[in-house]
Design a protein around this ligand. Structure first.
Ligand SMILES: [Zn+2]
Length: 859
């Protein structure tokens, strides 16, 4: 499908030729309740630098009705391969395209969802990367900005929201017409439309003369769970913080946040009409980590209103900059905004973003932050941990390098100079160089143009009195996987070294030294002659991007006393280091379990607790020696039950441990406890067995064969909502029978009926670590089907299947061999190859870790 896969060269040629003035787009959604297709009429006005030249406009649609260029009707055959060929342009052009476009159930284009609670239809658009063309004819590239004027016909009584403020609808009878004012000049991928009987809550952001209307929307069935005060609060904190730091008023007429169903990403920065996944409207109790994550997402999207929407990358190779900036901005705003509820956001950043980045940066597919993005397929698989998390980590490091004041001064100049325009990386770096007086070329070369992570290790020797005789920081080049792009380099790192003493079980920092690390060995003379502290922590305060190791003595102290750090950030750094060592086979899975069991009871940061809990489960499922694994799982399950019973009633920790037990319960007693909680026969004081927790408990009972179809059906009758249907589908797929596995497989692989969310739920239920024997036959089926899936499904759907159904739980040489055989025979497209190679790397890593764990068991 070359037509859908726009290349960078094509985009550049088209941008050189065209200047797009305005779109008028009419969408008739009056028969949305029937599904199928909708009428889309687009009028585009644009100029051409070379009259007589030809170009094309993008459209993904079942059929086109009419194409009129400059008053001349073109044959409908001009529409082929998802493009409309436009011959013989004039200097000034008007194009009219009438098409029938399709509603989707994949979360791409115009998504149609029917809420089982009220039977009503809810629509929303999702266009990034190239899906505006599924709704209207569009020059689908970010640097062809234009004004967009939407006119929408929809059922009377609906709410219709777009980038411009919602007008009073016109007309009578069953339908109404909404005529939206034209937007400012924006890119097609941030245009948006949300329509249906959504409900809204309103407020405004006021600052002196400025008044920005704020709206929050969701489906009526979620309204009772919506907490608009909390959402408005963090939104307003973000407005205050970003407007001041950016010295540029919010650029759009209003700011709506719409919680929409079956959303593939976390959220999307449509100009003035941000869409967010509606799991962020919490139906049941969640921990504070979930509120923190939601606030981070809200701030991330708000930051994009300036960085991304007002000033936009020219091409997708700078997607990383767009996402890194917003990710950095969300964290710095949470850390610094007055009244922020999450001033410890850098701990969360270390715990989550860094861990994500380190994982991604060690995959065979790793790449320099500045990736080559030759076409749309490249960018669609590049929404990864390098783009978001490593980029943000490196940006944080750049801020440490140039200083925060200079950083924001450069950013302010950048917004002023490029408002409503398009830029490249050099434009931002130029502004930062000017503001800071530093040359960023070597920084950029070291950090943006190379791949992989450096490892920093301490080298310490002591004299006979126990004083430090020498101390150095050793740096090693990234171990780049075979086939990875880029060169392995040492980099300049600005780091802090923290010195910690142990007093009555508390680890307290007694000193901190900041220094530049360059080359393979950097001496730290400041430490020579000092008494050796209990723990020496490299990269304290998490300034740089590097894997960090502890010296042997420090590791011994941390293993016993990780919970003893009085500050959250060093604890998070040590947790991350221990996890990283486990993944690298430097710490056996069973030793990681021991460390977690000793450290978790004293870990107060609930986000860190939940990360470690997930990591322990993963370590036991795939990194542990299979002969020992059951012992480890039994120990973990016992610990979870004990922690659940010991936790403060009603606390986040109590809920988190209940969920762990709900993922690992294995003895009859533990499963009886889950069943008792579910039927009310057992009560744990303070533990609310609410809708979501009920499904989690039932999920485990289903996967262990204790809950049958009737029990699942009964739970669905209690919660017959979209989320309930997804959970029920997951429970059915998790049942330990060959029939359940076959049905789940067929519904995903042999049929394309499932929506994106139900499909994800089925895949999640299908893959059960306790069911390897039942899953074994599906490895072969996977390789037989995967290429066809890639070719026949949409991007989101195929990615779910390819990564989700890979036989990742079958950690054995046979899985690697089967993968290699397929890679050789199938000659997959690069984006497909990348997904398979990444999945294979997980099995290869797990095999090595299992050998390490086995050896640890023999010592
Ligand atoms: Zn973003």
């Amino acid at each position: 499908m070359p037509g859908t896969n726009l290349t960078r060269d094509e985009a550049r040629t088209r941008a050189d030729l065209l200047h797009v003035d305005a779109y008028e787009i009419e969408l008739d959604l009056s028969s949305a309740r029937e599904g199928g297709t909708f009428r889309s009429t687009t009028v585009v006005r644009f100029t051409a630098t070379t009259p007589g030249a030809a170009t094309f406009i993008d459209l993904v649609a079942p059929s086109v009705e009419e194409i009129v260029l400059n008053g001349v009707r073109l044959d409908n055959s001009a529409f082929a391969d998802s493009r409309i060929a436009l011959p013989d342009l004039a200097a000034e052009n008007e194009l009219r395209v009438v098409a029938d476009c399709a509603y989707t159930n994949t979360g791409e284009g115009l998504h149609l969802f029917v809420d089982p609670v009220d039977g009503e239809t809810y629509l929303y658009t999702q266009f990034e990367v190239p899906d505006a063309r599924r709704v209207f004819a569009s020059f689908e590239q970010p640097d062809l900005k234009a004004a967009f004027a939407f006119t929408v016909t929809a059922p009377a009584g609906w709410v219709v929201v777009s980038n411009s403020p919602t007008p009073e609808p016109e007309g009578e009878g069953d339908t109404r017409v909404w005529r939206f004012a034209p937007t400012g000049r924006i890119s097609s991928y941030i245009t948006a439309l949300v329509a249906g009987p959504y409900v809204g809550v309103f407020d405004s952001y006021e600052n002196g003369e400025q008044k920005v209307p704020l709206g929050i929307y969701c489906r009526p069935s979620l309204r009772e769970f919506l907490d608009p005060e909390a959402i408005f609060e963090v939104t307003k904190q973000g407005f205050d913080y970003f407007q001041e730091k950016f010295d540029f008023p919010y650029p759009f007429a209003k700011y709506d946040q719409l919680f929409v169903p079956e959303f593939n990403a976390g959220a999307m920065e449509n100009a003035g009409a941000v869409t967010l996944r509606d799991q962020y409207v919490f139906r049941s109790k969640v921990t504070d980590a979930a509120y923190e994550a939601r606030a981070a997402t809200i701030l991330h999207e708000l930051a994009h209103m300036w960085f991304g929407d007002l000033v936009t990358m020219e091409w997708w190779n700078d997607l990383w900059l767009n996402e890194s900036f917003a990710t950095y901005a969300e964290a710095v705003c949470q850390a610094e905004a007055p009244g922020s509820r999450w001033p410890n956001s850098w701990t969360t950043f270390a715990n989550q973003m860094k861990t994500w980045a380190y994982r991604q940066d060690q995959l065979p597919s790793t790449h320099p932050i500045m990736a080559e993005i030759n076409d749309l397929e490249d960018v669609q698989v590049n929404f990864d941990g390098i783009t978001y998390a490593k980029g943000a980590s490196v940006l944080k490091q750049l801020v440490a390098y140039v200083g925060q004041d200079a950083f924001f001064e450069g950013v302010r100049a950048y917004f002023k100079q490029h408002a409503w325009g398009n830029t490249r990386l050099g434009d931002l770096l130029g502004a930062l160089e000017k503001a800071s007086g530093r040359d960023l070329k070597s920084w950029s070369a070291a950090w943006l143009e190379t791949a992989g992570i450096n490892v920093l290790r301490p080298a310490v020797t002591l004299n006979t009195d126990g004083e430090i005789e020498s101390f150095a920081v050793l740096q090693t080049a990234p171990a780049l996987p075979a086939g990875a792009k880029g060169e392995a380099v040492l980099r300049p790192h600005r780091i802090a070294v923290g010195l910690y003493e142990l007093n009555d079980g508390a680890l307290v920092r007694t000193d901190r030294i900041e220094l530049d690390v360059n080359g393979p060995r950097t001496e730290v003379p400041e430490l020579v002659g000092r008494h050796r502290p209990a723990v020496i922590l490299l990269n304290d305060d998490d300034l740089t991007y590097a894997k960090v190791r502890l010296d042997e003595d420090s590791l011994a102290v941390v293993t016993e006393n990780l919970g003893g750090f009085t500050e959250a950030l060093p604890r998070a750094l040590c947790w991350a280091s221990a996890w990283d060592m486990t993944r690298d086979g430097e710490l056996a899975a069973r030793d990681y379990l021991t460390l977690a069991l000793s450290g978790l009871p004293r870990e107060s940061d609930i986000g860190v607790v939940q990360s470690v809990q997930r990591q322990v489960k993963l370590a036991l499922d795939v990194y542990a020696d299979p002969d020992w694994r059951e012992q480890g799982l039994a120990r973990w399950a016992e610990a979870a039950e004990q922690a659940l019973r010991d936790a403060e009633p009603g606390s986040d920790h109590q809920l988190a441990w209940a969920r762990v037990l709900g993922s690992v319960a294995r003895t009859d007693g533990q499963l009886d406890l889950l069943a008792g909680l579910l039927d009310g026969g057992t009560v744990i004081p303070g533990l609310a067995v609410d809708t979501e927790l009920r499904w989690a408990l039932l999920g485990r009972l289903a996967a262990t064969g204790r809950a049958d179809e009737a029990a699942i059906g009964a739970e669905l009758a209690r919660d017959n909502t979209a989320a309930g249907q997804e959970h029920a589908a997951s429970c059915r797929a998790s049942r330990p029978t060959a029939e359940a596995k076959a049905a789940a497989w067929a519904s995903v692989v042999d049929s394309d009926e499932l929506t994106n969310y139900v499909q994800a739920a089925v895949i999640g239920g299908f893959q059960q670590a306790d069911q390897r024997e039942l899953l074994a036959p599906y490895a072969e089926k996977y390789f037989a089907a995967v290429k066809d899936v890639w070719e026949s499904r949409s991007h989101e759907i195929s990615q779910q299947i390819i990564t989700g159904l890979y036989p990742a739980l079958l950690v054995e040489q046979g899985t690697l061999d089967a993968t290699d055989a397929w890679l050789t025979a199938a000659e997959p497209a690069p984006a497909l190859r990348r997904q398979i190679v990444e999945a294979r790397a997980g099995v290869e890593r797990a095999l090595k870790a299992q050998a390490v764990d086995r050896a640890a068991g023999e010592r």
